[in-house]
Design a protein around this ligand. Structure first.
Ligand code: HEM
Length: 277
């Protein structure tokens, strides 16, 4: 669906596509120059942006499920942490494996942010033009795109801090180790904001991807949009609730463990007192 309207004092039309993004018109170029200049790169970069976003959103869902194993038991979380260090197939844990995964995630994260920046309003005039048209158009998907820019910006700062922590302290992931970082290490306010920013950004991103690439379409475009919006809200609500409950569990554990902060978790089978003979 396209919505068009006039720029103030100009004959040019601005078009908002189905995902609500405004196309700010480029200066007119003669058809001859246009055909000579036609490049496939904008389309390729668009595809890369979608693919990296999809990958990061799926990673985040998996990540939330793994982290929430603390709700099952301390041992379950410990087992998952040691699993990612290769302890069950390499004979002993190698935390460097976690650092390696963090580097890959960081690279994709930076690439995704760089690709997204191409679409930001460049300079004050474009910014003003966008705000004016966003307010005039009142297209909810255009407002979602705006929210995505701001949550993306917040994520760039907050997720980088978290990723740096995980990169440099991969061996300190465990029920007590994580809970100490969350509570005694005062990471919980950052995690709380990161949770909202990440979940909103990811669910809006997935919604926009589905509209852009025509996934899960219904009989009419309006029906499709309604259905996708419902899925977007459900996804955000589910992961924000799961994240909040998980964070509360870490806070509770961290408070109870505060007097022994820094002490590592030892699973029950390893901490059993030696049998007396
Ligand atoms: C390979 C990369 C990552 C690893 C290894 C990792 C690992 C962890 C771990 C172990 C925790 C539990 C708390 C702690 O130990 O400090 C945690 C929490 C959290 N992580 Fe990550 N993380 C990664 C990437 C990310 C990314 C990219 C995001 C978001 C953009 C993110 C968002 C969060 C949030 C919001 C929490 C708080 C959990 C909650 O509220 O329940 N993480 N992460």
């Amino acid at each position: 669906m396209k919505a068009t309207f006039n720029r103030k004092g100009s004959d040019e039309l601005l078009a908002a596509d189905a995902s609500g993004q405004l196309a700010i018109p480029a200066p007119a170029v003669s058809p001859l120059r246009q055909s000579r200049r036609k490049s496939r790169w904008p389309a390729r970069l668009d595809l890369l942006q979608s693919a990296s976003g999809l990958f990061l959103a799926l990673f985040l869902m998996g990540h939330m499920f793994f982290v929430s194993t603390i709700l099952i038991s301390n041992e379950a979380f410990h087992t998952v942490a040691r699993f990612f260090e290769g302890a069950y197939f390499l004979g002993r844990p190698y935390p460097i494996l976690v650092s390696a995964v963090v580097i890959v995630i960081m690279a994709i994260f930076i690439a995704h942010a760089w690709l997204a920046m191409r679409k930001f309003p460049a300079g004050y005039r474009q910014y003003r033009a966008f705000i004016t048209h966003k307010n005039r158009l009142r297209h909810s998907d255009t407002s979602l795109w705006w929210l995505q820019i701001w949550t993306g910006f917040a994520l760039f700062i907050m997720a980088t801090i978290h990723l740096y922590d995980m990169l440099t302290q991969p061996a300190l992931i465990g029920p007590f180790e994580s809970a100490d970082r969350v509570w005694t290490g005062s990471m919980w306010p950052l995690y709380l904001m990161l949770l909202f920013a990440a979940e909103l950004h990811a669910s809006i991103g997935l919604y926009r991807l589905a509209i852009k690439w025509g996934w899960f379409t219904a009989a009419t475009p309006n029906r499709s949009r309604r259905r996708l919006r419902w899925a977007k809200h459900a996804l955000s609500a589910f992961f924000i609730t799961l994240g909040l409950v998980t964070l509360l569990a870490f806070i509770d554990l961290g408070r109870n463990h505060a007097a022994h902060a820094g002490e590592r978790y030892v699973p029950p089978q390893h901490s059993a007192a030696p049998a007396r003979h």
